[in-house]
Design a protein around this ligand. Structure first.
Ligand code: ADP
Length: 776
């Protein structure tokens, strides 16, 4: 196997195991949270973690969910840990639950991918809401349905409770998903960022991670505290109820003993108590009505073996002719002489309780101590149902006997007042909460051995919330009381508060996290946008600079070319002009009229060409290299200009005026050329025979001067106002107005060199005004 493949497999297995571990670790405590009467938990974080894992690392991790869910629900690990047998292992239903959990996570993944898109983008509250809806209420239907169907089929969920379980299951998965999925994403997306450069599919800012720790910790602490508090309250309540129960028991036993004491009183009041008297006494007491569980009240006589005969005779004579001792024999006789009401206690009459080991011991204990005593558990002969019962015994002695020592008491013993009672009825209904808020189980002796169980309100339930155990001294015998809280009590005393705090705290934390993430993401988006735009702009600028560079370069090359060409052409053109003029002067007479006409055309063209070349040369020269700035006194320069134009001015009888022209920094030769061009045009472009009038002015405009050259000439169509500044652009034929079309192009270049601009305002026939500015 290639190395890379192997490490990829290893990484995959690691992630599956991680998912299974997290699923199990969060699922285990959540199961404890399960509502008392249902199997399902009200908060199932594992659902959110499973979905988060799939969203972050891909849906291929699903086996991790199956493994953990199976283990959680099969009770396999429980059985292994607690060392109990594996009877509780439920393979098929656990698989059903696991498949449901896998399908739910995969469905959640598919829904998010289809409707929200992956990698996850959470840019606005709507994204948050959509994510919660998709992963929460919708997907949770799957697991709840699979789980409840599987478990109710297996009998884990009792019949009739399917709907309640489904509701809790759905609610638990939904809450788990919408709370723990974002939490997981925030944590898992941030951790790699903090600890390594590894990237998961979804990235979240570190700040979100840090800000979540605080509300999370606060929530958990508050929940824990409140849970303790609620449990404490419930425990106190339980203990109080139990105490009340215990007191009721003491009271019942004491009042019972009081009754026996009255029997003792009856005997001490007379020398002998007859059967009829005892019956009257018992009737008056209404034992059965007043003392639940008591089968009767009787007198057991202590008879020495030697006296048995006389005892029998006496008893039979007292209205009980059939009285017999059973079982007969033995060395000691404790014979039940009376037991009222007799109708219910026939079988007890005449019984020699000394033959019963436990009873004999208890009887002696009572006799020797002079106190009441309870027998060990006995099966009452008079009870057809043979439920466990006891006999309460109170000894009494000869009247006037001294009873200070055990021997004295033994010697003076007459018998016992005894009351057999059915423990179940006796212990039933001691206090209001019994069987409602708590179940009571009572054992004879201290051990919780089922054989010693003498009373239980209900089947003994495993894992009650509260249990109290106590050994109670019951008339010289030890009983063991166990009080267990009932589900009803647990429900009643359980408060939703801690759970609500937990859910809302976690919900808040989750939402807070998502909002932080959202804000972070938005900042990131904006930053990224600004970055791209800036980069684009920089690129465009660089391109522009390149173009400008190239243009400037080619412009310069062009000007250089024009300069070289015009410069080099000057010589041959001058030669053509000179020689055509020579030809004209020396050979005019020798040429026929046609020859003379051709020669005229040649010399005119040569002159024109000469003018063009010289203008071109000037045009090219104006753009070449910067010469030094000098102060220009434009008033003074105007005089030179007019001198240069003197011939033309005179020829056209032109009037050129100017005054108060400013001085500024510039190129004097260029400035002269500019003025000369403009004034020359103003004189030239006149209607035939007109007298040109030219006015030159200048005004101060702050950082520059504005010059104007106004004439009364033929004017210019505004449509051509721009074009005339282009090289070689002319609006007239050479025949109408001579010229090269370069004058204004040169003018614009010169104005450019002086940091200004040039334009014309004119209308045909209304004269023209040329404006230009120069920097101060
Ligand atoms: P040229 O005068 O050599 O033809 P210019 O560049 O100086 O070339 O002028 C370009 C054109 O602008 C001229 O052909 C003319 O038609 C027009 N023009 C220039 N100045 C004036 C003016 N003052 N009045 C009317 N038209 C003018």
């Amino acid at each position: 196997m290639p190395h890379r493949q192997r490490s990829r497999n290893l990484e995959y297995t690691g992630k599956v195991l991680l998912l299974a571990t997290l699923y199990y670790a969060f699922g285990k405590p959540a199961m404890e949270l399960a509502a008392l009467s249902t199997y399902a938990s009200l908060l199932w974080p594992s659902a959110g973690i499973a979905l988060g894992m799939l969203l972050a690392y891909g849906p291929g991790l699903w086996p991790g969910i199956l493994i953990a869910s199976f283990l959680l629900n099969s009770f396999l690990l429980d059985a292994a840990w607690t060392g109990t047998d594996f009877d509780g292992v439920k393979i098929l239903p656990a698989l059903g639950v696991g498949v449901g959990a896998v399908l739910q996570a995969l469905a959640g993944y598919a829904l998010v991918k289809r409707f929200a898109g992956l990698p996850l983008s959470i840019d606005c509250p709507r994204d948050v809401l959509r994510l919660m809806m998709l992963t929460g209420p919708i997907a949770s239907v799957i697991s709840a349905t699979f789980g409840v169907v599987s478990l109710s089929h297996a009998g884990v969920i009792p019949q009739g409770q399917e709907l309640a379980n489904w509701r809790t299951w759905w609610c638990g998965d939904m809450l788990g998903s919408i709370i723990f999925m974002p939490l997981f994403l925030v944590f898992s997306g941030t951790l790699p960022r903090i600890f390594s450069h590894h990237k998961s599919q979804v990235m979240f800012p570190t700040v979100a991670f840090a800000s979540l720790i605080i509300p999370l910790v606060v929530t958990l602490v508050a929940w824990k505290q409140l849970t303790y508090h609620t449990q404490d309250k419930a425990r106190t309540q339980f203990e109080n109820t139990v105490l009340e129960n215990e007191r009721a028991f003491d009271y019942r036993l004491d009042s019972f003993e009081q009754t026996l004491l009255s029997g003792v009183g009856l005997f001490s009041g007379s020398a002998d108590v007859s059967r009829a008297e005892w019956r009257a006494f018992a009737d008056a007491l209404r034992v059965q009505d007043r003392f639940p569980g008591v089968r009767g009240i009787g007198f057991t006589a202590f008879v020495k073996p030697a006296d048995v005969g006389s005892f029998l005779a006496e008893t039979r004579a007292d209205g009980a002719p059939d009285f017999g001792i059973h079982p007969d024999g033995g060395d000691e006789f404790m014979i039940v002489k009376y037991m009222e009401p007799e109708s219910r206690n026939m079988l007890a009459l005449g019984m020699n309780v000394a033959t019963h080991e436990g009873r004999r011991a208890a009887s002696w204990k009572a006799a020797e101590s002079g106190e009441a005593a309870v027998t060990p558990r006995v099966m009452l002969v008079q009870d057809q149902k043979k439920t466990p019962g006891f006999v309460l015994l109170l000894p009494f002695y000869r009247n006037g006997a001294v009873l200070d020592t055990v021997e004295q008491r033994r010697a003076a013993l007459i018998g016992w007042i005894s009351a057999p009672f059915n423990s179940e009825t006796f212990l039933t209904g001691l206090s209001v909460g019994q069987g409602v808020d708590f179940d009571l189980a009572v054992y004879d002796n201290s051990s919780e051995n089922p054989e010693n169980l003498i009373y239980s309100t209900a089947d003994i339930r495993a894992k009650p919330s509260f249990v109290l155990r106590k050994d109670v001294e019951v008339k010289q015998r030890k009983w063991h009381f166990v009080w267990r809280s009932t589900p009803a009590f647990e429900r009643k005393s359980a408060s939703n508060e801690p759970f609500i705090i937990l859910i809302s705290g976690l919900l808040f934390t989750g939402l807070f996290g998502l909002l932080l993430v959202m804000m972070g993401r938005r900042n990131e988006t904006v930053e990224r946008m600004v970055e791209t735009r800036t980069a684009e702009l920089a690129e465009r600028e660089a391109n522009l600079a390149q173009v400008i560079d190239k243009l400037t370069q080619s412009n310069a090359e062009l000007e250089r070319f024009a300069y070289v060409v015009s410069h080099d052409m000057q010589e041959p053109i001058r030669a053509v002009a000179n020689f055509s003029s020579l030809l004209w002067h020396q050979y005019e007479s020798k040429l026929d009229p046609a020859g003379q006409k051709y020669l005229t055309i040649i010399s005119d063209s040569a002159r024109r060409l000469q003018a063009m070349v010289s203008d071109l040369l000037e045009y090219a020269r104006v753009g070449q290299g910067a010469r030094a700035h000098e102060r220009i006194d434009s008033n003074l320069l105007m005089q030179y200009v007019l001198d240069n134009l003197k011939v033309s001015i005179d020829e056209h009888d032109a009037e050129v005026s100017y005054e108060n022209l400013p001085s500024f920094m510039g190129y004097p030769v260029q400035f002269m050329s500019l003025m000369q061009n403009l004034i020359n045009n103003a004189i030239k472009y006149q209607p035939a025979g007109a007298r040109p009038q030219v006015v030159v002015t200048a005004t101060d405009q702050g950082d520059h001067f504005l010059f104007s050259v106004r004439d009364n000439g033929i004017g210019i169509d505004p449509a051509n106002a721009e074009k005339i500044f282009e090289p070689f652009k002319r609006l007239h034929t050479y025949q109408d107005y001579n010229g090269t079309g370069l004058g204004l192009a040169v003018a614009r270049k010169i104005v450019d060199n002086h940091g200004g601009r040039i334009w014309v305002e004119s209308k045909p026939g209304a004269g023209s005004t040329f404006f230009f500015t120069v920097k101060k």
